[in-house]
Design a protein around this ligand. Structure first.
Ligand code: CA
Length: 219
């Protein structure tokens, strides 16, 4: 799950990034509306967390511009303007949810889980493909009912593959799900994670699509 945080308050942005990354999200931040619009048009994230008070373009205008091209992209508005009017304007402009500052991290995580559930094709917290079941709420994986220990990145990789079962995911799409912009990624890091997952899930669960990426097939 790749998040884009649009927040011009650097201290808050850094604190949020750290908390989100600790929670297992891949999260990146930009500090202006223009940067947000650019990133969303070139490398769209799964969820956007958008501050309304930005230095260049008002967050509501950013939201309206995002909506023109990305109707289904979940946007959670974050703002110090806790007045009801702003909430209504935000929701009318196409925001999916609204969180007034100050807020508790646990509340932000809860709202994000709701948006995540809306994104996934099933309406339960469990994604099952064949003998493999992944629970988004408890961050657990089981194979034929047996609990499996996975590293954080293995979990995120498997989740991306299961959520897109039947589709081929390119190497770069998978790397975007695993690493933040500022992380150094060695060229074979993805292969290493895939290798570990195959050892745990069986060698033929994740298929290699030569020259493109990887795929989990629907049974
Ligand atoms: Ca701000």
């Amino acid at each position: 799950m790749q998040l884009l945080l649009v927040e011009d308050d650097h201290a808050l942005a850094n604190a949020l990034l750290q908390a989100l990354q600790k929670q297992g999200y891949v999260a990146n931040a930009v500090g202006t509306g223009e940067a947000a619009i650019y990133i969303i048009s070139t490398d769209p994230p799964d969820i956007v967390i958008l501050d309304l008070g930005l230095p260049d373009i008002d967050g509501i205008s950013v939201l309206k511009r995002i909506r023109k091209k990305h109707a289904g992209l979940p946007v959670l508005i974050l703002t110090a303007r806790a007045q009801l009017d702003d909430k209504i304007i935000g929701l009318d402009s196409g925001a999916d949810d609204y969180l007034p500052k100050p807020f508790e991290m646990s509340e932000l995580f809860a709202r994000l889980r709701v948006l995540e559930r809306r994104l996934s094709t099933s309406d339960t917290a469990e994604i099952s493909v064949g003998h493999v079941t992944l629970d988004v709420n408890s961050n657990s994986v089981s194979v034929s009912g047996e609990a499996l220990e996975l590293s954080r990145r293995e979990f995120m990789l498997l989740k991306a593959l299961l959520e897109n079962a039947g589709r081929i995911l390119t190497r770069s799409a998978l790397e975007n799900q695993l690493y933040n912009w500022d992380e150094e990624v060695s060229s074979n890091a993805l292969e290493v994670h895939i290798h570990h997952l195959r050892k745990k899930l069986g060698s033929d669960f994740i298929k290699t699509v030569r020259g493109i990426g990887y795929q989990v097939k629907k049974p």
